[in-house]
Design a protein around this ligand. Structure first.
Ligand code: CA
Length: 228
């Protein structure tokens, strides 16, 4: 899961990032409306936390432009304004939810979970994602199969999560680079290959029937061997 935070108050932005990181989400931060919009336009984010009062262009304009461009990323708007007309304006512009500052961290996390679920994420209440005989635990970064479990690094976690969410579908190296390493990253195809090999080793260690299949020139997908 990759989230985008657009917030010009640096301390609040950092607090939000840490809060989301602790819950197992990867979060990128932009401090103004223009770069926030640029990043969000890539469509790679699963959710956007967007402040209203921003330098450059404001949050209302950001979400409006996003929706006009057909980007459907769920948007959670944050603002100091508690005026009802502002809330309505935000929702009219295409925001999905509105949270008034100051807010409780737990409240924000609950909104994030709700929006991610609504947008088709398969996360259950327990924050566990399952595919085949595998269970992936977001809060502890553990991957398990029956009685065995392994801890994953951040990248391994993001990569297997992406594969599990796509099930039998092919995920290209390019999608992996953008979703896992980020849009501006200098990472290359061989970075993906290295992490895929780490994950394969861990799947073997878990005695899982799930394999990461390589489709030459295309990418990777998960398959599950059926026992004879
Ligand atoms: Ca602000």
């Amino acid at each position: 899961m990759r989230l985008l935070i657009v917030e010009d108050e640096v301390r609040l932005a950092d607090t939000l990032r840490q809060l989301l990181n602790r819950q197992g989400y990867t979060a990128d931060v932009c401090y103004d409306g223009v770069s926030g919009l640029d990043n969000a336009m890539t469509g790679i984010y699963d959710l956007m936390v967007l402040d209203v009062m921003l330098p450059g262009i404001n949050g209302f304009q950001v979400v409006k432009k996003l929706r006009e461009a057909g980007v459907a990323t769920p948007v959670l708007m944050l603002t100091a304004k508690s005026d009802v007309s502002d809330r309505i304006h935000g929702l009219d512009c295409g925001a999905d939810y509105y949270l008034t500052k100051p807010f409780e961290p737990e409240e924000l996390l609950a909104c994030v979970r709700t929006l991610l679920r609504r947008s088709g994420g398969q996360l259950q209440e327990s924050d566990t994602l399952t595919w085949g005989d595998l269970s992936l635990e977001r809060t502890t970064f553990t991957l398990s199969c029956a009685e065995r479990e392994v801890r994953l690094s951040r990248r391994e976690y993001d990569l297997i999560e992406l594969l599990m969410r796509n099930g039998n579908q092919v995920v290209t190296k390019e999608q992996m680079l953008v979703k896992v390493w980020g849009y501006d990253s200098q990472a290359e195809d061989n970075n993906v290959e290295v992490y895929i090999s780490f994950l394969r080793r861990k799947l073997t260690h878990l005695h899982s029937a799930v394999k990461i299949k390589t489709l030459r020139m295309l990418g990777y997908c998960l398959t599950q061997e059926v026992e004879a």
